[in-house]
Design a protein around this ligand. Structure first.
Ligand code: NI
Ligand code: MN
Length: 226
C-alpha cells in the first residue's frame, strides 16, 4: 500500500492495484499548490461528505479520470445531475465488494451540506479491506463511542483521523480514537489548512507517542510506502 498526501483530508492510496482518492480538495488549498490536479488519474474517488473542503475538485477529477465515485446516495444523485455518471451510491453501514477492495461506510458525527446549502446526506467514514492492509478513513468526525464496534469486525493496520479540532476531533480525542480502534499507526488530517485548525506538530506527535501510537504528518505530494 502506498500513500500520497495532497493536503487537508485528501489522500491518494495505492491499494491492491487500484488508486483510491479520498476527499479531493486541492486547488483552493495554498498548502497543496505543488499538486497538479490535471495529472490525477484515480480509479476510485471516495467522498466522506459534501462540504466544500472535501469536494472542491471532485467533479473536475471525476470527469477527467472517469473514476468511480463512492459516496452516500445524496452525493451520488448530486453528481449524476452534474453529468458525473460513474458513481456507486451507498449508505451508512453498507458494504460493497469492488474489483480490488471492499468498503464499509461507517457513521461520522458531523454534518453534510453542499456549498449551496442543500442537504448532502449523512457524513461517513470508510473501512477499506480485502487487500494486504485494512484501513479506516474516518472523514470529519467527533470522537464517538461506537468507533469501538469497528475493531470487533476488522483488524485495522492504519487509521486516517482528523486532529485539527474546531470542526472535528482534536489531537487528544484522535489519540483516544486510535486506542479504541487498536491501531498503532495514524495519518493525521484536517489540520493547518486554515486558521481555526492550525496545530503544533511536535505536541500532536507527543500526544500519540504517550499512548504508543505513531502519528504521521505527511509532507504534501510525496508518496510513501506503508
Ligand atoms: Ni466537514
Ligand atoms: Mn472538513
Amino acid at each position: 500500500m502506498k500513500v500520497n498526501y495532497f493536503g487537508h483530508s485528501c489522500f491518494l492510496v495505492d491499494y491492491n492495484g487500484a488508486k483510491l482518492l479520498f476527499d479531493p480538495f486541492i486547488s483552493p488549498n495554498p498548502l497543496a499548490n505543488v499538486v497538479n490536479i490535471t495529472e490525477l488519474n484515480p480509479d476510485y474517488i471516495l467522498v466522506s461528505h459534501a462540504h466544500e473542503d472535501h469536494i472542491a475538485d471532485l467533479i473536475t477529477i471525476a470527469k477527467q479520470s472517469n473514476a468511480k465515485v463512492i459516496a452516500v446516495w445524496e452525493i451520488h444523485a448530486w453528481l449524476q445531475n452534474q453529468g458525473v455518471t460513474n458513481t456507486h451510491p451507498m449508505n451508512t453501514g453498507g458494504i460493497w465488494k469492488f474489483e480490488h477492495f471492499s468498503v464499509q461506510l461507517i457513521q461520522a458525527v458531523h454534518s453534510s451540506s453542499f456549498p449551496d446549502g442543500t442537504y448532502g446526506g449523512n457524513p461517513v467514514g470508510f473501512v477499506v479491506f480485502g487487500g494486504d492492509k485494512t484501513l479506516y478513513y474516518s472523514g470529519d468526525t467527533a470522537l464517538f463511542w461506537d468507533m469501538k464496534l469497528i475493531p470487533m469486525r476488522y483488524s485495522l493496520d492504519v487509521a486516517f483521523l482528523p486532529i485539527g479540532s474546531n470542526f472535528t476531533m482534536d489531537m487528544h480525542d484522535a489519540a483516544i480514537a486510535a486506542e479504541w480502534l487498536g491501531v498503532n499507526k495514524v495519518f493525521g488530517m484536517h489540520y493547518d489548512t486554515f486558521g481555526f485548525i492550525k496545530i503544533d506538530h511536535h505536541k500532536a506527535k507527543q500526544v500519540f507517542e504517550e499512548k504508543g501510537i505513531v502519528l504521521s504528518l505527511l509532507p504534501i505530494n510525496r508518496e510513501i510506502e506503508l
